[in-house]
Design a protein around this ligand. Structure first.
Ligand code: ADP
Ligand code: MG
Length: 589
């Protein structure tokens, strides 16, 4: 068989290890979170595969994670009974950085250089397996995949450019299945090998891991032991030593070592919401999604009846990527508590709501569910409706809360998503519209809602007026405004490029139409007294102007929409507004 072989790391790996060690220096303990999460992933993968290949778990080894410490020698071992790795997988997974956690880390580092994010934040990203070298001078990974008859040992040292792989030959170290990591701690980091320290770290970092995590702890119990009376004393007193001895007892502490469960394995979404605190939800959210800020809102619910599922949804306080990111991995789908995938967001939420994070656990989907099944499933359609409704309830909750900053923050991050929703999800217009915010002629600084606009409407005012412009200044100075301001009508200033598209898709709010004040035939309900005469009087002038301008304008008309400006350029009733035209041009350029 193959002997111990030496491999060079992919070039980026050495650089990455360097970066990790330097940028996380003050946050070293994340290594445990990373290694436990890998163990948990490995158990998830095994459980998932065993659904279709029950033979994989025929060995009847429990699915768990065990952490043992040797404080005298500064050694930690982390053993999982998960999917393990073949020889080739060891090379692919631990010698290259194609893997997700580390790739995310690199991106975060790059972004943090651009944006000046402080290095503590980086600790919140998955940094993966190499974080073991934050505290270890040597790492040994012994692993047995069900796909292979052999167990292999990967061995790497800090600051090295190569690692080795050999077959495990020591019969004492053979695993039925899974992976054992042995960390030989650096001199200054040996403190991590204290059993209580590890127990605390596990409690802190891994309380939401779905598999039991045991740590090896010293325990003690007191017991009473009998002690013989000193026979010499008896003799002194001249008593017969053969008579029944008086029994005396004393308490002693018996010490022994045993596995102790360190985490709670009941998933938080299975608990009764009454028993879960906001802090619990926030912690769960931060741990599960590698977030550093509490969510703006959360919603924990169960649906019964036609389709049964449980879910906890969150609205993040920060925006990670573009307005819609197709590979968000924001929704973790479970079937009967088995983690299935975080790749199905698109099937469970429309893409404009892709920022919503959470877990969904269904009892009605098959364990071998695939994207294709999800797309066709009636159950999923019902789930999707429920999830979307809950997401809107959550957002509405933020908007109604006393803490105004929260909604401002939400709007700043995800306002564009809701505008996109106006375009893509007509069925939910009723839910989206009350959440929209605008500036207006009467509120240039503070955003207003459509409800506030409607409340502020004049008794005789029928429509909701807006003007789209590329800036507040040009909106404010538009001649179209004159008559409306004179009448004290409020006009929405649509200054975000997406505002106008959103509003034209909505068409109306509470039976009031959105009306673009820059379009021809704006009807302000004025009486047309004398207009005909004026029209007559100036008809020649209009003809003359039209002739001079030729094709540049469609027509030249008399209007009563101005009060001080002599003339204004308006858009045709069915044409694009000037703003839209600007947008379309910008897109085709
Ligand atoms: P990520 O977990 O984001 O993929 P890591 O650097 O943490 O990145 O891990 C790299 C890869 O190594 C994992 O994707 C997995 O394939 C493999 N791996 C790490 N630890 C284990 C383990 N305990 N059991 C099986 N595979 C593992
Ligand atoms: Mg990982």
């Amino acid at each position: 068989d193959l002997p111990c072989e030496k491999y060079e790391y992919q070039a980026e790996v050495s650089r990455l290890m360097d970066l990790i060690v330097h940028s996380l220096y003050s946050n070293k303990e994340v290594f445990l979170r990373e290694l436990v999460s890998n163990a948990s992933d490995a158990l998830d993968k095994l459980r998932f595969l065993s659904v279709t290949e029950p033979d994989l778990i025929k060995d009847a080894v429990d699915l768990d994670i065990r952490i043992q410490t040797d404080k005298d020698n500064g050694v930690i071992t982390i053993t999982d009974s998960g999917i393990g790795m073949t020889r080739q997988e060891l090379v692919d997974c631990l010698g290259t950085i194609a893997q997700s956690g580390t790739a995310k880390f690199l991106k975060a580092l790059k972004d943090s250089k651009d944006a000046g994010v402080d290095s503590n934040l980086i600790g919140q990203f998955g940094v993966g397996f190499y974080s073991a070298f934050l505290v270890s001078e040597k790492v040994v990974v012994s692993t047995k995949s069900p796909k292979s008859d052999k167990q292999y040992v990967w061995e790497g040292k800090a600051n090295a450019s190569s690692y080795t792989i050999r077959e495990e030959t020591d019969p004492e170290k053979l695993l039925k299945r899974g992976t054992r990591l042995t960390l030989y701690l650096k001199r200054d980091d040996k403190g991590f090998a204290h059993p209580e320290r590890i127990q605390n770290l596990v409690k802190n970092y891994s309380q939401f891991v779905q598999f039991p995590i045991y740590t090896w702890q010293e325990k003690g119990f007191t017991k009473e032991v009998e002690i013989d009376e000193d026979p010499a004393e008896g003799e002194k007193k001249g008593e017969n030593t053969d008579v029944e001895k008086k029994k005396k007892t004393k308490k002693v502490v018996e010490r022994y070592w045993d596995w102790e469960l360190a985490n709670e394995t009941q998933p938080i979404w299975l608990r009764n919401p009454k028993d879960v605190t906001t802090e619990d939800y926030n912690e769960f959210y931060k741990k599960t999604f590698n977030e550093y800020l509490d969510p703006l809102a959360s919603s924990h619910f169960t649906t019964e009846g036609e389709v049964e599922f449980r879910s906890i949804l969150f609205v993040p306080a920060t925006k990670k990527d573009d307005i819609v990111n197709l590979k968000t991995k924001n929704i973790r789908l479970y079937v009967k508590r088995v983690f299935i995938s975080d790749d199905f967001d698109g099937e469970l939420f429309p893409r404009y709501l892709s920022f919503v994070k959470g877990v969904v656990d269904s009892n009605d989907l098959p364990l071998n569910v695939s994207r294709e099944i999800l797309q066709e499933s009636r159950i999923v359609r019902i789930m999707r409706n429920r999830l979307v409704r809950k997401a809107f309830d959550m957002i509405l909750g933020i908007s109604l809360s006393d803490n105004k900053d929260n909604y401002d923050r939400f709007w700043e991050n995800f306002g564009k998503n809701l505008k996109l929703g106006c375009i893509e999800d007509h069925a939910n217009h009723k839910r989206i519209a009350p959440l929209l915010r605008f500036v207006s002629s009467q509120s240039e600084e503070e955003l207003i809602s459509l409800d506030e606009y409607v409340e502020n409407m004049k008794p005789e005012q029928k429509d909701i007026y807006y003007i789209a412009a590329d800036s507040l200044t040009s909106a404010r100075n538009a001649p179209f405004l004159e008559r409306l301001l004179q009448k004290d009508y409020e006009v929405l200033f649509l200054v975000d490029p997406m505002d106008e598209v959103a509003v034209t898709n909505l068409k109306s709010y509470k039976d009031k139409n959105f009306v673009d004040i820059s379009k021809e035939d704006l009807d302000l309900g004025d009486k047309n007294e004398g207009k005909e005469e004026v029209k007559q009087e100036f008809s020649q002038t209009c003809d003359w102007i039209k002739k001079r301008l030729g094709d540049k304008v469609a027509s030249v008309q008399i209007s009563n929409r101005l009060s001080t400006s002599p003339c204004v350029l308006v858009s045709g009733k069915f044409g694009w507004s000037a703003n839209m035209e600007r947008l379309m041009k910008a897109q085709t350029l």
